[in-house]
Design a protein around this ligand. Structure first.
Ligand code: 3HC
Ligand code: NAI
Length: 684
């Protein structure tokens, strides 16, 4: 027997406890420990019931993702489940934390399930580009309903105990915090009552109404067509649940396995598994030990109540942290705060927020026109205009009033944090906290490390991200940091392709088909051409459109015209302008197929990513992937630019860049780092 498991007898109940930190993932040792425990209990004539539980922070949080892609040793999870299901004893899963994926599937093999009120169950395999491969798609609809199973499994959402009880996933929710005591008591009651021992696999009543009709599945597919685009896992989940309705249990299980294996071998799942670990990696900084202190952030000051200041404030307010907002003029302050209120009101209207929560968030704001109001805050984030002189003046004013140890952060997109820090007497307390627009929604937070930033300050910035539900990515100081810098190269190529005579609609289609929600030209129209070209004096299609007061979606259309439903059609005016600007600039016209266009748009992003790595701006290539996914909605099932580059083959990327360099010049000159990796046969 392995040391992961303890086996105790309480009266006629066997208690099997598994302890495999951090999350009791169902790796080989854990699977073996469960089987050993059940086999022991089966042969124990004094035992009438078995309670399966876990120590530590959670009941099994799923299969061990690190084992995916390798040949798993027996007992594999289906064998564990079959051992539990064939147990001659009454079986109960006692759950806490987050029983997810294979963890919940293990619990579904038991006759009964009890959990703490704080437990959240779910089948989140979809986030890894997979489906529950150990019976989850066949059992959840049998326990709950086809509708609930479609919702829970395709969304991968975590279901709180109360809802899980009402849906039938749980049979009992504890009334105290003592899970084991209650589970043992529950086992005694069930044995005493001679409670039925019906396995989930034997229940068919919830499926009956949909037998012989595919309507519910077809409706579900068409309703979600847009959201599910590109996610093979969501389609396969739907197919597997349909199989649960149409086929006998064992055949349904085989169908589930087939659909699971198809996903496991897909590039999308490999990408999503990469993203799972990459997301957890960003917080690990080689020269910042785990023991590095974190400063408490219990109150925040924000300078500038504009687009970003308002959005940034909402993150803290929603986390219950008071915010003092400072502007130069009362009018700007009032306007900024009214925008925050309107945004929250929209959430209330759509049912995502209660009126009481809105009131509570708004009550945490202190409006201010006076820097002295920042004297007690723990962190100030500056979000004023993107001008070095203004930012320095703001930082100097902050330096004069804030308390010792207060962190001073800039939300600058492009400016040098080191230079900003020189305007204070405490450069060690200065960092960048770079949010992405809309700041209350986009999940990326770039934490920018200045030359003199204290390790404690950087660590606090990174940890703070979790409090406000963002993913932090560390960046060194450099123009555009990580995400803006690498993605800029896609925009440059989009503009260049337009001038070379490639239809803007084709450019947008190529990027949309790759998996982005929107192409770069449609995106310009959405952001506003005046905003994009701000400060530039160059002759561009954007500047010409702005001079005609065609600002994009907000005014008169831009590259596209928009109808009342915001449906777009390419604008003949824009097309004429493009030709004119191209002629004035003497741009040679080309033709290119969609593969070529995709490479033109995205290989420069990879190339710039290689430079960002080489310069030490990003710590690791997976951080660049996360920055693009969380900051620019790079399709998660492509894994981010660097992961995608590995799947394309770095030699292929390099050769294409060299070809483009020959044709179009030094915008495509390969990074020496990329050349080195290819020469050494390595990947990012
Ligand atoms: N396999 C391997 N490692 C896992 C893991 C898993 N299923 N789940 C979490 N871990 C690791 C993380 O990588 C992390 O490791 P690190 O400390 O070395 O970085 C550590 O456990 C802690 O994880 P988190 O930092 O995410 O801890 P949280 O407390 O924030 O979250 C959690 C805990 C909610 C369990 C979250 O980790 C999670 O969502 N895990 C994935 C759950 C999941 O997807 N389960 C389904 C797996 S697929 C499956 O079961 C297939 C089956 O149907 C056949
Ligand atoms: P904005 O123009 O919407 O807001 C700036 C606000 O700062 C205005 O309300 C202005 O009144 C106020 N302000 C200017 N000088 C001030 C001063 N001295 N004291 C107090 N308030 C002052 O600009 P936005 O878009 O919010 O950008 C702010 C910063 O965030 C810039 O550095 C920008 O580069 C950065 N940023 C912007 C993003 C975006 O998409 N808009 C994304 C990420 C960062």
């Amino acid at each position: 027997m392995t040391t992961l498991q303890t086996y105790e007898i309480h009266g006629d109940v066997a208690l099997i406890t598994i302890d495999s930190p951090p999350v009791n993932a169902l790796g080989y040792d854990v699977r073996k420990a469960i089987v050993d425990g059940f086999e022991k209990a089966a042969g124990d004539s004094g035992v009438n019931a078995i309670v399966l539980t876990c120590k530590g922070r959670t009941f099994f949080a799923g299969a061990d993702i690190r084992e995916f892609g390798t040949t798993q040793k027996s007992p594999v999870l289906p064998e564990v489940i079959s051992t539990i299901e064939s147990s001659p004893k009454l079986t109960i899963a006692a759950m806490h934390g987050t029983p997810l994926g294979g963890g919940l599937e293990t619990a579904l093999a038991c006759h009964y399930r009890i959990a703490l009120p704080t437990t959240r169950v779910g089948l989140p395999e979809v986030h890894l580009g997979l489906l529950p491969g150990a019976g989850g798609t066949q059992k959840l609809p049998r326990l709950t309903s086809v509708e609930a199973a479609l919702d829970i499994i395709t969304s991968g959402r975590q279901v709180k105990s109360e809802e899980a009880l009402s849906l039938g996933i749980l049979d009992k929710v504890c009334s105290s915090e003592d899970l084991v005591k209650e589970a043992l008591g529950y086992a005694n009651d069930l044995v005493a009552d001679n409670a039925p021992r019906v396995l989930v696999r034997e229940r068919n009543d919830k499926l009956a109404e949909h037998k012989g009709s595919a309507e519910i599945f077809n409706t579900f597919r068409s309703k979600n067509a847009r959201r599910f685009r590109g996610f093979l896992a969501k389609e396969n989940i739907t197919k597997a649940i349909q199989a649960a309705v149409e086929l006998p249990f064992e055949e349904g299980l085989m169908r589930e396995r087939e659909l699971f294996m198809e996903l496991m071998e897909s590039r999308a799942s490999a990408a999503q598994r990469h993203v799972f670990f990459a997301e957890r990696e960003t917080i690990k900084i080689p020269d910042i030990p785990k023991t590095t202190p974190v400063r408490a952030i219990d109150s925040v000051g924000i300078v500038g109540a504009g687009t970003m200041g308002g959005g940034i404030a909402m993150n803290f307010l929603s986390a219950g942290i008071p915010v003092t907002m400072l502007e130069q003029k009362q009018e700007a302050l009032d306007h900024g705060i009214s925008v925050i209120q309107k945004n929250y009101q929209r959430s209330v209207k759509s049912g995502r927020m209660s009126e009481a929560a809105l009131e509570s968030c708004m009550s945490l704001i202190t409006p201010s026109l006076d820097y002295a109001d920042f004297s007690t805050v723990d962190l100030v984030i500056e979000a004023v205009f993107e001008t070095m002189e203004i930012k320095k003046a703001v930082f100097s004013s902050l330096d004069a009033v804030v308390k010792d140890g207060c962190i001073l952060a800039s939300n600058t997109s492009y400016l040098d944090i080191n230079e900003i820090a020189t305007s204070t007497s405490r450069p060690q307390d200065v960092i960048g906290l770079h949010f992405f627009s809309p700041a209350n929604i986009m999940p990326l937070l770039e934490v920018v490390r200045g030359e003199k930033s204290d390790l404690e300050v950087i660590n606090t910035g990174m940890r703070l991200a979790k409090t406000i539900r963002k993913t932090p990515v560390l960046s060194r100081v450099g123009w555009g940091f990580i995400a803006n810098r690498v993605m800029k190269f896609r925009s440059l190529q989009a503009d260049s392709l337009v001038l070379q005579g490639i239809n803007p609609e084709t450019i947008d289609k190529v990027i949309y088909d790759y998996g982005f929600a929107m192409g770069p030209i449609a995106m310009k129209d959405l952001v506003g051409l005046d905003v994009i070209g701000r400060g530039s004096t160059e002759l561009t299609v954007d500047s010409e459109l702005v001079s005609m007061d065609r600002l994009g979606q907000k005014k008169n259309g831009g590259y596209y015209d928009y109808d009342e439903n915001r449906q777009r059609t390419l604008s003949p005016i824009a097309m004429d302008l493009i030709k004119e600007v191209a002629a004035k600039k003497g741009v040679k016209q080309i033709t290119a197929d969609e593969d070529e266009i995709l490479a033109r748009l995205l290989y420069p992003v990879i190339n710039e990513g290689a430079k960002v790595l080489d310069e030490g701006i990003a710590l690791r290539s997976s951080d660049i992937d996360i920055a693009c996914i969380k900051g620019y909605n790079w399709p998660v099932y492509q894994g981010g630019p660097m992961f995608w580059a590995n799947t394309v083959g770095l030699d292929n990327v390099l050769n294409k860049l060299r070809e483009f360099e020959q044709q179009y010049g030094d915008a495509f000159t390969p990074s020496p780092y990329l050349e080195k990796l290819v020469a050494e046969g390595k990947e990012f």
